[in-house]
Design a binder for this molecule. Sequence first.
Ligand code: SAM
Length: 217
Amino acid sequence: MRLRNIPGSEEKILAHPYAFQTDGAVPGEYKGLWNRNVFKTTKKLYVEIGMGKGQFITQMAMLHPEINYIGIEKYSSVLVRALDKFDREPLENLRFLRMDAEDILEFFDQGEISGIYLNFSDPWPKDRHAKRRLTSLPFLKRYERVLEHGGELQFKTDNRPLFDFSLKELDKAGWKLLDFTYDLHKDGPAPGNVMTEYEEKFFKLGNPICRFRAVSL
Ligand code: SAM
């Protein structure tokens, strides 16, 4: 994701009733309370970590009004693009959280999340940066805590080395692989799949898209 500083993005997030940010948040302010205090419903909660400009999570929220969604993004200049889209077409079951994935345990309670989407996460190709990959063991351990029993992690990428690394990390962490493919769209756009911005771009370039779905045991 090319980062361009967008002036006023932090202020827009701070003032927006559907966006939350972790800087300055009181510890425990949202943890365990997303459904009760923020959505004011008891629907299942799904999150996308590293949502970018929010195409995927916005479309998922439109398709599934019976589910609550939170789009998580580290950078305000990126998150604000999703908010602009949201303002043109607001959705009651969608919120945005500016947060570093590393802090997920401070903002979500044990078993609070029913599913996590990781789409085209940054590959961090150097070995010494492996722990920063969002599918590395330390992150899987965090996801295990916040996911409900049987809650799913879904990962899509066109980066085969990152995908192979992620499969090994799942194994190390003792997760159960539900299914995986090295070429999700080999027979044309996969039915029922919602494409992310990066996915659309790489699909048009003819890059095979890998996907797995897994649950922690
Ligand atoms: N998911 C989108 C898609 O598929 O089109 C965007 C993919 S983009 C390559 C990766 C996104 O993850 C970027 O917007 C980046 O800022 C965000 N990101 C990277 N590390 C993150 C972290 N530790 N916590 C939250 N977001 C992160």
